[in-house]
Design a protein around this ligand. Structure first.
Ligand code: NAP
Length: 324
């Protein structure tokens, strides 16, 4: 079968497309004919092995999985003998931040992992684009107790995480103000932001409004700079560790003090994230933001674009050629 492969950590230049053996399924696994994956920021970390902490999960000296890919949407073609909740022909999608080797024509996955049926009438592309960013967005929200009527500032609303976060907050009845690049501000309104800020011409940390939450989904701010935006018991969450890796420490220290707090969005329980997002897709209360589609042959270009930091929402890598 055709697959994207690499033998060591590095830039997209380490990637090549090769013919490799099709995987065989174990008793609790399914074999999936992959229609598409995304190229996302988790794939970029798994490709480069940076930040170095990711190597604890992906391989210290080199990648344990030679085929990259963390998410997939496709069709079940075979099931192990212990599997009774999936059958050949089922449309499925899934995500695992440690890697699923999904940038290939076929992949296997344990049914104990985050894998679900794609809701009826949802395309393979929409399903796969609803996994990675939405999982991290859910892991911002589940670190706090959001209530309808509260106010949230989302920095980086055009990212995969930010575009999911705006929709999830709006769905839960919060008022959202979001930042993004000037060319795409109308997309933020369409996702549910009541007010938008062009991050290149306006410093969102100087905004006059006060918020219950500041969610920095592109990790470009600090708690110190955002404090003035928060109400007295407001909470700050960032997707990054902070310039001095301070955010996990602030999350601990502010737990024991009065006033404004930091939470660290350690991602967990991927199956639960997939359950939540499946239900929202099914009830048409969630629609992923998709930027570009690439073919498997264009995988290096896709990674380079994602690494540029300029993508809007999600980038699809089509393994099966889509009709023009
Ligand atoms: N280590 C990991 O495994 C991992 C996994 C997932 C996410 N993350 C982190 O989570 C963050 C978000 O990832 P993502 O995939 O959601 O983001 P993303 O899709 O790469 O975000 C890109 C978008 O954010 C906008 N942007 C860039 N800087 C901004 C700023 N200062 N203010 C407002 N908008 C800005 C960009 O606009 P322009 O077009 O103007 O550039 C672009 O529209 C990143 O920091 C990423 O490193 C890390």
């Amino acid at each position: 079968m055709k697959a994207v492969t690499r033998s060591h950590y590095g830039s997209p230049e380490v990637l090549s497309i090769k013919e490799i053996d099709k995987p065989s399924v174990g008793d609790e696994e399914i074999l999936v004919k992959v229609h598409c994956t995304t190229v996302n920021r988790t794939d970029c970390s798994n490709l480069t092995g940076k930040p170095y902490v990711v190597r604890l999960f992906t391989g210290i000296t080199g990648p344990m999985k030679t085929v990259p890919g963390t998410d997939f949407a496709g069709e079940v073609v075979a099931v192990g003998k212990e599997v009774n909740n999936f059958k050949p022909g089922d449309r499925v999608f899934g995500f695992d931040d440690n890697g699923l080797s999904s940038m290939a024509e076929f992949m296997k996955v344990s049914v104990k992992k985050a894998v679900r049926h794609i809701p009826n009438d949802i395309s393979f592309q929409d399903a796969v684009a609803s996994a990675e960013g939405a999982h991290y967005a859910i892991n911002f929200i589940n670190k706090v107790k959001i209530r309808s009527g509260e106010k949230a500032m989302v920095n980086g609303g055009t990212g995969a995480i930010g575009s999911a976060l705006i929709q999830l907050l709006k769905y839960n009845g919060l008022k959202v103000v979001a930042t993004g690049p000037a060319d795409h501000l109308e997309k933020l309104n369409a996702l549910g932001a009541e007010r938008v800020i062009d991050y290149k011409t306006q410093d969102f940390t100087q905004d006059d409004e006060k918020f219950d939450y500041v969610f920095d989904s592109v990790g470009k701010s600090t708690f110190g700079n955002c404090k003035r935006l928060l109400v007295n018991d407001g909470i700050y969450i960032s997707s990054e560790l902070g310039p001095y890796s301070q955010n996990p420490f602030l999350a601990i220290s502010t737990t024991f003090s009065e006033g404004k707090k930091v939470r660290f969005p350690l991602p967990q329980n991927t199956p639960e994230s997939l359950r939540i997002i499946s239900e929202l897709l099914e009830s048409r209360n969630y629609r992923p933001l998709i930027d570009r589609n690439y073919s498997i042959e264009q995988v290096k270009n896709a990674f380079n674009y994602v690494m540029s930091g300029e993508k809007i929402g999600n980038i699809i890598l089509n393994i099966i050629k889509t009709p023009d």
